[in-house]
Each structure stands twice: as structure tokens, then as C-alpha cells.
Design a protein around this ligand. Structure first.
Ligand SMILES: Cc1cc2nc3c(=O)[nH]c(=O)nc-3n(C[C@H](O)[C@H](O)[C@H](O)COP(=O)(O)OP(=O)(O)OC[C@H]3O[C@@H](n4cnc5c(N)ncnc54)[C@H](O)[C@@H]3O)c2cc1C
Length: 395
């Protein structure tokens, strides 16, 4: 599979308008992860009667949003759409952590470690960074060593430091959104949903695992990696789920600070695209493997680490951060990627039901965008904006 996490394809932004949903109408949002939670909250603020339904709760351990942390970075190669979406998201993350008095964003910076003199995914974002006055700092090999002595720079050309990025406390953020939604008057239900019948170009109802059925004027399925299985005919080949691994290593006892204080990092030219988030909530030095893993069932799959993937990650770690050569693995997690074919998000209605929408395809980079995406979806539903072309369901 082509790697698409760091730079999904750009699209023409001609967009598609949908009929405005009148204020006061009822909306059911299924899925309380980063996409569904923020969408429900924003729809509520637009004056809709919103119910948020999730099988296992916001930021649960099976969901893609359920890990400790997620990277927030503006860098998206030449793709200005996601750069701008991230800029808006960053503003909204900051506003909401102040509003909810909950620390969600850690402004640790993002260090892009580049092997080549020109690294498109970073270099092509630089004009956007300048436009937004969010400039990156270029570090030569000597400067990397001086500032971050724990890095082996032998195969690096240079690094870029994005001082505006960092990480988000992922599962805690989903729970903060959920609480905020309830506090502002939203309704929540914990149950598994099965879509009901389609009649006359409409979804008629939802069947809930608690035996009840549920009716709304409009339904948004923000079901992450479950979307392909829920709608096999339409999305079976569009949203696919892979097993992804993250590891938490213990920093050396005699010198933990340089590891804990290290920025979020991306080993950008390496073929497996390792990245990491050090030092959040005393969880250890987190290493993520972006190479697509094996197909995975997010409901029934055992969350056991693949020894081959772990051994490759350890080898990389020993190379890039030699002080972690013998670091103990203190925790690990398996999380599902909800891959779209080209790495773009999906927001569109079912081809045979104008009131049934799909929202997903985070493809390993969606979390950070939650607040801005939720805002955009609410504006589309309210008839204020078109669906961006790159979110549309491809035939
Ligand atoms: C290992 C890993 C690393 C990542 N790193 C980053 C990163 O650094 N930065 C970043 O921005 N993004 C990252 N991502 C991507 C990001 O986490 C996802 O794109 C994002 O969390 C997707 O959110 P979601 O709401 O679409 O899906 P989910 O979080 O999976 O939420 C879907 C929800 O739907 C519920 N659900 C499913 N089916 C039903 C049903 N039938 N009835 C009721 N409820 C249902 C589930 O319980 C779940 O809570 C990463 C992902 C992984 C797996």
C-alpha cells in the first residue's frame, strides 16, 4: 500500500453542496471518536437536536482515537488544504482546553529528521508555514547534536523543527469533548448501532444493541475502522483496517531528561516512517510504526504486538537513539488505522440515502483535525459550505 499518512493527494476543491438541514432537526452521530465527538458538539452549537451514540464510549481502547497521544503538525507536503485545516484545528484545541480547563495540547514542537537535502513532505510546506507566520527552524547536523545529543545524526542531512506542533492527549480529549457535549445539552447513548432499512432515498432508523430503535432526520456514521464492515456494499473496498503498533520504551535511569524533553519527532525519509512522542504523562518514549500492518478486525482482533514489527522498531531505535539500545519495552498498544484509498478523509452521503452520511478515513493522520473537521461538517450540514471535493466518495 502506498504510504499516505504524511501527504495525502491534493484535490480540486470544487466541492458538492447538499440541501441545508433546518435548525432544530434531529441528528444522530454514531461514533464518539475524534471525528464523531467534535462533529456532534459543533452540530449542537448550530442548533440541532443531537444524539451521540457509541458502542464502547468515547476514546475507548478499540477505537483509533483511544491511544494516549497523537501528533499535531501542520506539515503536509504541498497539500495546503490539510495545512490550513490543521491551523484552524490548533486554534480550536487551544480555545477548548482553556474553556474546559483541561490540558490537551502539549506544544513540544515537531522535529523532522531528513536524510536528503530536499525532503518534499517538509520543504513543500514551508511556503504555507511562512504564510501563516508559523516558520520552521532548519537545524544542521552540528546544531542537532548540540541541541539533542541523544540523536545519532550519521545518516541525516539536517532537521526541521516546527515549533508550533506537538502532541494531543488523545483519549482524554475524546472524553473532554463528550463531557462538553453533554454539558451543552447533547444526548448520549451507549449502544452498538446497526443501520435500519433504506426507503425512498432515506435511512429510516437505527437498531440499537439495547433492543431499541432510534429515529432522526439525519444520520452521520463516524465509525472509524468499522465503516467498511458496516456498509460493505459501499465502503467495503474504500475504508480498510490495518493493525498498527506503538511502543513505549523506558528512558535510561541515570539520564531520563533528554528523552522526556525531546520534541515529537518524525524520521521522515526512512522507509518505515518511524515517529515518536516522548514524555507524556510518564508513559515513556513512544515510538510509532507508520508502515501499514496486516488487515485487522477492530472488534475481535487480539491486541498483541507482532514480534517482527517490534524487532524492526527496536533496531531503528538503537540506531537513531543509541542510548535506548537496551531500553525496556514498558507498554505497547495496537490501534487500528482506518485507511481510505488515497489518505483523504471521507465525508459524503450514501449513494442511495440522502440523509445517511459517512465520516471517516482518518488514515493515520485524522486525530489532530477533529475540531476543525467537526466545525466544517456542521457548516456543510447547515448549508453554509460545500463538501470539499477531496472528501467525496469515489465511484
Ligand atoms: C497507531 C496510530 C497512530 C496515529 N497517529 C496519529 C497522529 O499522530 N496524529 C493524528 O492526527 N492522527 C493519528 N492517527 C489517526 C487518528 O487516530 C484517527 O484518524 C482518528 O482517531 C480517527 O477518529 P474516528 O473518530 O474516525 O475513529 P475512532 O476513534 O475509531 O472512533 C470510531 C468510534 O465509532 C464507534 N463505533 C464503531 N462502530 C459502531 C457502531 N456500529 N455503533 C456504535 N458505535 C460504533 C467506536 O466504538 C469508536 O469509538 C493515528 C492512528 C493510529 C491507529
Amino acid at each position: 500500500m502506498t504510504l499516505n499518512t504524511f501527504a495525502p493527494k491534493s484535490g480540486e476543491e470544487t466541492g458538492k453542496r447538499i440541501a441545508r438541514l433546518s435548525a432544530g432537526s434531529s441528528v444522530a452521530v454514531i461514533g464518539a471518536g475524534a471525528f464523531g465527538g467534535w462533529t456532534a458538539l459543533n452540530l449542537l452549537r448550530k442548533g440541532y437536536d443531537v444524539t451521540l451514540i457509541d458502542t464502547w464510549g468515547p476514546g475507548n481502547s478499540r477505537s483509533s482515537s483511544g491511544d494516549e497521544t497523537r501528533v499535531i503538525r501542520s506539515t503536509y507536503g504541498a497539500n495546503e488544504f490539510y495545512f490550513d485545516l490543521n491551523v484552524r484545528a490548533l486554534t480550536l484545541w487551544k480555545e477548548h482546553e482553556a474553556r474546559w480547563k483541561t490540558k490537551l495540547f502539549q506544544n513540544k514542537g515537531v522535529l523532522w529528521m531528513c536524510y536528503q537535502a530536499y525532503t518534499p513532505v517538509v520543504d513543500e510546506s514551508i511556503p504555507f508555514a511562512e504564510k501563516h507566520n508559523m516558520r520552521y527552524e532548519r537545524l544542521s547536523r552540528e546544531e542537532i547534536i548540540k541541541r539533542y545529543a541523544i540523536v545519532n545524526t550519521d545518516d541525516l542531512s539536517h532537521a526541521w523543527l516546527d515549533p508550533y506542533g506537538g502532541c494531543l492527549r488523545a483519549r482524554e480529549a475524546c472524553q473532554a469533548v463528550y463531557k462538553g457535549f453533554i454539558a451543552e445539552g447533547g444526548m448520549v447513548v451507549q449502544a452498538q448501532v446497526i443501520p435500519g432499512k433504506l426507503e425512498q432515498n432515506r435511512l429510516t432508523s437505527l437498531q440499537l444493541s439495547n433492543g431499541q430503535s432510534f429515529h432522526a432526520d439525519l444520520y452521520i456514521f463516524a465509525c472509524g475502522s468499522w465503516l467498511g464492515k458496516l456498509f460493505p456494499g459501499v465502503l467495503g473496498n474504500t475504508i480498510t483496517c490495518t493493525k498498527q503498533e506503538v511502543y513505549y520504551f523506558g528512558a535510561p535511569l541515570d539520564n531520563p531528561a533528554p528523552y522526556e524533553n525531546f520534541p515529537v519527532w518524525v524520521d521522515v525519509d526512512g522507509k518505515d516512517f518511524y515517529y515518536g512522542i516522548p514524555g507524556n504523562s510518564y508513559r515513556g518514549f513512544k515510538v510509532g510504526v507508520d508502515e501499514r500492518g496486516e488487515p485487522f478486525d477492530p472488534t475481535h482482533g487480539d491486541r498483541i504486538s507482532n514480534p517482527d514489527v517490534l524487532s524492526k522498531a527496536r533496531k531503528f531505535l538503537a540506531h537513531r537513539f543509541p542510548g535506548l539500545k537496551d531500553a525496556p519495552l514498558i507498554e505497547n498498544r495496537v490501534c487500528p488505522y482506518e485507511n481510505s484509498p488515497d489518505g483523504n478523509f471521507l465525508f459524503d452521503h450514501h449513494p442511495e440515502a440522502g440523509n445517511l452520511f459517512f465520516l471517516g478515513g482518518g488514515s493515520g493522520h485524522g486525530f489532530k483535525h477533529g475540531p476543525a473537521l467537526g466545525e466544517l461538517v456542521s457548516e456543510i450540514i447547515a448549508g453554509d459550505k460545500a463538501i470539499p471535493e477531496l472528501f467525496l466518495l469515489r465511484k
